[in-house]
Design a protein around this ligand. Structure first.
Ligand code: NI
Length: 182
């Protein structure tokens, strides 16, 4: 089980390294790690569990945040609607992801971005593409293509940056003229 202390802090230089492509078949360690990442992200977004296990809430984690220099990340995106009686999530596992296209339009999260490796308040905004198309591999090594928009697109771009040693704090801007906020 991943605990908060297992997640590298922004001061850790490993977060600045460029992660390496993964080869298939995936080794058991990576499979276990992916499952642990999903569990952390899922539990952290459920208040009862996040309190019980002391988990800071987050929707995405890249392997490098656990010190594993491999190009994969997990996003657990809440999709709960008013009709739902319990929280619902979509889970994405992207291995060796590449952005193949993106919209012209840029957006930014109104509340700014957050990161499980950045344990402080930040202000400002991060400009992201409103819509993106990614190509990646799933856990079995099958090629997949994923389109994402809005919040999910922001999450994917944030995690892609981690694979290249970039943190959202590098991209903070205060000038968002003409950029739609969500
Ligand atoms: Ni992050």
């Amino acid at each position: 089980m991943i605990k908060m202390k297992d997640i590298l802090d922004e001061k850790d230089k490993r977060l600045r390294e460029i992660s390496k492509e993964v080869t298939f078949p995936l080794d058991e360690k990576d499979k276990k790690n992916i499952n642990d990442m999903i569990k952390y992200l899922h539990d952290s977004q459920i208040e009862e569990l996040s309190e019980k296990y002391n988990l800071r809430p987050g929707m995405g984690l890249a392997a490098i945040q656990l010190g594993i220099k491999k190009r994969y990340f997990v996003v657990v995106h809440e999709i709960t609607t008013e009709e739902d009686t319990e929280q619902k999530f979509d889970t994405y596992i992207l291995i060796n992801p590449k952005m193949v296209s993106h919209s012209e339009e840029m957006i930014c999260a109104d509340a700014g971005e957050g990161c499980l490796s950045v344990n402080r308040e930040t202000d400002g905004y991060v400009k992201r593409y409103a819509r993106i198309k990614l190509r990646a591999y799933d856990i079995d090594g099958n090629e997949i293509e994923i389109r994402a928009r809005e919040e999910l697109a922001i999450a994917f771009q944030h995690e892609l940056d981690h694979l290249n040693g970039i943190l959202f704090t590098d991209k903070i801007t205060y000038n968002i003229e003409g950029i739609r906020t969500i």
